[in-house]
Design a protein around this ligand. Structure first.
Ligand code: HSE
Length: 305
């Protein structure tokens, strides 16, 4: 096989309290990417969408990810990537991770799956470095593994898949762009001990809630006392959306990744749709343009089509 096409899904990083260490894979939206082995050295990129992303491999997130893989793959000279993105860059649902993770999974299939999932995360993180300057794995890992993932450590990589109940996710994306690099820049570099204690209580509570399918514990643990108070100022109507979603029955939620998208978890599909209606109502009143997605957890990650 010389060419392969995959669907690479959106992801929600942080899951409110787990900054840089927790992430969840969404069933939709997905990018469509093709990877082809090429006799030409290096990585050639063809963009089949309107996002005007760089076509120079070193400056492109999927290019940087495949260059990292090529460096360890002595029997292949080059790849051609054809990319049709549906996940808007700067939306907060793992657009760069979908590009970077998607191409390394596709290339690995062309190479008879010689690399482990952890290797693929390691390659794909080079794409995140291009996107925001930091090799974080909380979008890449769930995109490759599917489901909910915990990144206990990045150097060295230690990724744990967390079993979770069948949650329903509502995402609202106010039509503004927040660059992850900017949203990281504004964060405080020091944390008060009392806040740290609350935060790690919530992270442990959320993970336990997932494993035990304890919806009340999940709901109580979806609290962020460190990142959200700073980043929420970048998102129009953030607290109104949060309040209306809870009234509509959501278990809880918050900023998706570095924003501006906001996500909410619900127990069932009907509640997730009620949450969507509540979100729409808030943004219609505020005159904010938006897109919404109502979806479920994607348990398998990047999919070959
Ligand atoms: N953990 C990263 C951040 C995710 O919040 O900056 C970016 O999508």
């Amino acid at each position: 096989m010389k060419k392969i096409t995959i669907h690479s899904p959106a992801t929600v990083a942080n899951l409110v309290c787990g900054f840089d260490i927790l992430g969840l894979c969404l069933n939709e939206p997905c990018d469509e990417l093709s990877v082809e082995i090429s006799p030409e050295p290096g990585v050639q990129i063809i963009n089949n969408d309107d996002f005007d992303l760089p076509e120079q491999a070193e400056k492109n997130v999927s290019g940087a990810a495949l260059l990292a893989l090529l460096e360890e793959t002595k029997d292949v000279t080059g790849f051609i990537i054809t990319s049709k993105k549906k996940i808007m860059p700067g939306s907060g649902i793992g657009s760069s991770a979908a590009s970077a993770a998607g191409v390394v999974v596709a290339a690995n299939h062309l190479l008879n799956n010689r690399y482990t999932k952890q290797d693929l995360v390691r390659f794909a993180m080079n794409g995140e470095k291009v996107a925001c300057g930091v090799k974080h794995a909380d979008n890449i890992a769930p995109c490759i593994y599917g489901g909910v993932t915990l990144i206990r450590s990045v150097f060295p990589l230690d990724i744990i898949s967390i079993e979770a109940p069948d949650l329903h996710i509502t995402v609202v994306h106010p039509q503004i762009e927040v660059r992850t690099a900017d949203a990281r820049q504004i964060l405080k570099q020091q944390v008060q001990l009392k806040d740290a204690i609350k935060q790690w209580g919530n992270i442990a509570g959320l993970v336990a809630g997932f494993i035990q399918h304890d919806y009340d514990l999940i709901s109580r643990s979806l609290e962020d006392v460190i990142i959200e108070p700073v980043r929420s100022i970048l998102i129009p109507g953030f607290y109104e959306i949060k309040k209306a979603s809870k009234v509509a029955g959501a278990l809880g939620g918050g900023i998706s990744g570095s924003g501006p998208s906001i996500f909410m978890l619900s127990k069932d599909a009907q509640t997730a749709l009620q949450v969507e209606a509540a979100m729409k109502n808030v943004y219609d009143k505020l005159g904010v343009a938006y897109h919404t997605h109502v979806t479920i957890i994607n348990k398998s990650g990047v999919k070959i089509v």
